[in-house]
Each structure stands twice: as C-alpha cells, then as structure tokens.
Design a protein. Structure first.
Length: 135
C-alpha cells in the first residue's frame, strides 16, 4: 500500500535531498530524535531493503550533542552515552566525540516531526520522541 506508514518512511529514505528549511536549527536543537528505520545507500530502492533501526537517540544542543546507543543485547537499556561537540555547515554536521572520534552526518530532510540523515552510507529515518522548551 503506497499510503502506508512503512511506504512513506521508505519513500523519505530513498528520496533526493530536499532544500532545508530556514529554521533548521530550531527544528534540530532540543528534542530527542529516535532512529526508527534505515536503508543502505546503493541497495535497490525496493521495500524489502528497508530495515528497522534499534532506536538510538540523538539529541543536539546549540554546540553539543548526546547519542544514547541501545544495548543490542538488551534493547530496553542504553549503553554509555556518547557526547561531544558538533559543527553544522548547511546540511553537513560533523560530530566530534570527547574521545576525538569524528562522525559526518548529512541532513536529507527535516520538519517538526521527522528527520532523514545519511551517516556512513546509511540513510536513517528519525522521529521526534519528545519536545521541551529549551529557553
């Protein structure tokens, strides 16, 4: 069914990048973003290549980030969070963890509720988990 949620998520993951909104920082910063699904870039654009993500949580503050990684052995718990600083230029975000490791992310799409990012050859679909007032 082309109108199903799964079809809509897959369409978002395999679409070309769209122009980013002018309020990108307002959308990105503050809420927790949960990874729900992914598609490996280069795989056929067919629904059977859509994969469920483990639910890692990404959160951005004005200059810092926190990523809570789900424990693969116990999906109800998180491993130690990864945190550090980031810089954004247009759609590219470069995260630098406290240990000095870098991760490059490209925002393909973002709105008030959803975000698609490309990270290391994977397109990830995120949903906002909860919002809060950051003022």
């Amino acid at each position: 069914n082309p109108d199903s949620v799964v079809s809509q998520v897959f369409k978002a993951l395999t679409a070309e990048p769209v122009p980013l909104p002018t309020n990108l920082d307002d959308l990105l910063i503050g809420p927790e973003w949960e990874a729900l699904a992914y598609w490996e870039v280069g795989q056929p654009k067919q629904l059977e290549y859509l994969n469920e993500a483990v639910g890692d949580i990404y959160q951005f503050q004005p200059t810092s980030f926190v990523i809570k990684l789900v424990d693969p052995n116990n999906p109800r718990t998180y491993l130690q969070a990864v945190s550090g600083a980031y810089k954004r230029t247009e759609r590219r975000i470069i995260l630098t963890s406290q240990s000095g490791k870098e991760l490059v992310m490209d925002i393909m799409f973002i709105d008030e509720n959803y975000m698609v990012m490309e990270i290391d050859g994977l397109r990830l679909f995120f949903s906002k988990t909860r919002s809060f007032n950051r003022h």
